[in-house]
Design a protein. Structure first.
Length: 37
């Protein structure tokens, strides 16, 4: 039996006035930015 494990990374940037979050997923073609906000 094969399992498709999806690796997800979340980056967090805390600035003095802003907060930024990015979600990156690993696919066969490489890393892909999925969400940013």
């Amino acid at each position: 039996m094969f399992f498709n494990k999806k690796n997800k990374l979340v980056g967090l940037d805390i600035g003095s006035r802003t907060l930024k979050v990015a979600e990156v997923v690993e696919k066969a073609s490489g890393l892909v930015l999925k969400k940013i906000g």
